[in-house]
Design a protein around this ligand. Structure first.
Ligand SMILES: [Zn+2]
Length: 162
């Protein structure tokens, strides 16, 4: 408990990387993906995983939906997630008051009470960042890194004591 506020450690329990804590990585990702449509494909899992690892920065009422979206991503892949996300956007545009369509997400487990987890086995501050870019090792490697963080996020939340 006493070690939580050590300088260089993030709220999620991860040690800082060369860019700083996870928030520094997250903002650098959001900036880079804006100019890179291929990298932007992972936007939804990046946002969901970041907020679920740092829930003090999130809107609590969205976390359950974000937890289910990450499960769908891990279960069915990025293309399936993008289809659901596009469907939700279209639906929101059509009928602004209906909010998210939870139908495709209903099969997935709700966010456990009793979180947030104290540790995750993969963190944003551990993502490789070389030559000023997150995708210098290729898009597949970047996608694998995002997927590892998503998997760690779901696993840690699933194991919080009820
Ligand atoms: Zn963190």
């Amino acid at each position: 408990m006493a070690d939580e506020r050590i300088t260089g450690q993030c709220d999620c329990g991860a040690p800082a990387g060369p860019l700083g804590v996870c928030a520094d990585y997250y903002h650098a990702i959001l900036a880079e993906e804006q100019a890179d449509p291929r990298m932007y494909r992972w936007h939804a899992p990046v946002v969901c995983a970041y907020l679920l690892q740092h829930p003090s920065e999130a809107h609590e009422r969205h976390l359950d939906n974000q937890f289910r979206l990450l499960q769908l991503y891990l279960d069915r892949g990025l293309d399936a997630l993008l289809r659901v996300a596009a469907h939700q956007v279209a639906r929101n545009n059509h009928r602004a008051r209906t909010g998210y369509d939870l139908t495709p997400l209903a099969a997935y487990a709700p966010l456990p009470a009793g979180g947030p987890p104290r540790r995750f086995r993969a963190a944003f501050s551990g993502l490789p960042f070389g030559g000023g870019s997150f995708v210098s090792g290729g898009y597949e490697a970047y996608g694998n890194g995002v997927e590892a963080i998503a998997g760690a996020t779901v696993e840690a939340w699933r194991s919080v004591p009820a």
